[in-house]
Ligand binder design. Structure first.
Ligand SMILES: [Zn+2]
Length: 459
């Protein structure tokens, strides 16, 4: 007995100073927080423009969450990532929310990074898209009330993450998702045919995994992603759900009790999960989530690269060029075409009739987070197609690289020059209050802006 006691004392004496120096040497201070944002009152869901959805939701499959990670290192910046199970964030709502967040947290806009999962079974927010939907007054009032409540919940979760900051270590590795398919089916001439699985089309199948550990090496949280529309549940679904990202978070948290998981949407504008929208879609949404969660857990169990500071963050708005409107005759033709052509053609004709000037650019938010030399996160706004992943890689030339879409604002699709040439759904252009189609030059303008922003941050 005496012998064991002596061993125990020696072990305590040896271990204590080590764990203390570990905590004080932690490269990061990280805080994590989660709040439920499931609407309490029935509001319209957002993401499918079909008749079935022109009414409030009918029940709930799973809860929606907003989650935040506050991150700081001794010699670097403080910043907050806020992820949420929401579909879109138009420009007026982004401005409104940014004001609430900066006022409530004392942070500046560039220190805040928003990423929406793009679930198509989450609530409509704000009033920006009303020109597309015949929403009755009573339902509109509930949407407005939900939106105000939501802004406060998002500020709450950001502040809670800031208050939770404690010593932490970060590590990075990438996995692969196997249920993501390109959805732009092309015809024999290489032009857009219809929305259907197209195995030859590009996707970003990577699963970024950022691991967050506490001083004793226990897993505190995970920020992970996938580049894919959360549309396993099709337009027939009228129940609230976070779709596959929510089930993936559940799967990881079951394996790692007490951890907080954040899902970051990638450049998944032209990718869908398969299968989807089936009669047994409620099973498939769980299966896709379980499969993504299992892949994240596999990555967590393997060796990962340490991520160190200093953290440097930047936020800007890049003037992406829009095409000059074609002649009236062509616009009249487009106005009779499929939705992705008619939506803006009709609005351009209307603006011209009223003598309203048309914008030549759209100021798209762009954020860049540099984790020392160990990781670069480029967060693009809009619904970004997979072609932007290699384009961003060529712009920053640093590895490892993490490219997120659906960040800071979701104004509509951001197509590549290749997608614009092929035509189709993702060439729809701006929606809600803003009018116009993106020019094929937009990708080069964005590429240059990313490269310039990185050079500024490294100076
Ligand atoms: Zn979408």
């Amino acid at each position: 007995m005496r012998g064991y006691g002596a061993v125990a004392i020696v072990a305590v004496v040896l271990l204590l100073p080590i764990s203390r120096s570990l905590a004080s040497d932690a490269p990061w201070q990280i805080g994590l927080a989660s709040v439920c944002i499931t609407p309490e009152q029935p509001v319209w869901l957002y993401g499918y423009a079909n008749q079935n959805r022109f009414q409030p939701f009918d029940g709930r499959l799973d809860d929606l969450f907003a989650r935040a990670m506050a991150i700081q290192c001794p010699e670097g910046e403080l910043a907050v990532l806020i992820t949420a199970d929401l579909c879109v964030l138009r420009e007026p709502e982004e401005r409104e929310l940014s004001l609430v967040l900066t006022q409530r947290t004392g942070l500046q806009r560039r220190q805040i990074l928003l990423n929406w999962s793009h679930t198509h079974s989450g609530p409509m927010i704000g009033t920006s898209d009303l020109n597309r939907y015949p929403i009755p007054e009573e339902d509109l009032q509930r949407t407005k009330a939900y939106t105000q409540w939501l802004w406060n919940r998002l500020a709450d979760v950001a502040q809670a993450a800031l208050d939770d900051r404690q010593p932490a270590w970060l590590a990075w590795e990438v996995g692969r998702a196997d249920f993501i398919r390109n959805r732009r089916s092309l015809d024999a001439d290489g032009k857009y045919h219809r929305m259907a699985p197209y195995p030859d089309g590009p996707i970003d199948a990577t699963v970024p995994v950022l691991r967050i550990d506490g001083p004793d090496g226990q897993l505190r949280g995970v920020v992970f992603g996938a580049a894919c529309h959360p549309v396993t549940l099709g337009g027939s679904n009228r129940k609230v759900s976070a779709d596959f990202p929510g089930y993936a978070r559940q799967a990881i948290e079951q394996q790692h009790p007490g951890s907080t998981t954040l899902f970051v949407q990638g450049c998944g504008a032209d990718a869908n999960p398969e299968p989807r929208a089936t009669a047994d879609q409620q099973e498939w949404v769980q299966r896709h989530g379980a499969s993504l969660g299992a892949e994240v857990c596999r990555v967590l169990a393997g060796s990962m690269q340490p991520v160190t500071g200093p953290l440097r963050v930047a936020f800007t708005r890049v003037d992406l060029p829009l095409v000059s409107p074609p002649p009236a005759e062509r616009l009249e033709q487009l106005a009779e075409g499929p939705f992705w052509e008619s939506h803006n053609a009709r609005r351009i004709l209307q603006a011209q009739r009223l003598g309203q000037p048309l914008a030549e650019h759209y100021p798209a938010p762009l954020a860049l987070w540099l984790f020392g030399d160990s990781l670069t996160l480029v967060a693009l706004s809009g619904e970004v197609v997979a072609d932007y992943v290699p384009l961003v890689a060529a712009a920053v030339e640093t590895q490892p690289l993490w490219v997120a879409g659906y960040s800071n604002q979701v104004y509509g699709y951001l197509p590549s020059a290749r997608v614009i040439e092929q035509g189709g759904y993702e060439t729809l252009g701006l929606v809600s209050a803003h009018i116009g189609w993106f020019s094929a030059q937009a990708e080069q303008v964005l590429k240059q802006a990313i490269s310039d922003l990185q050079a500024d941050l490294c100076r």
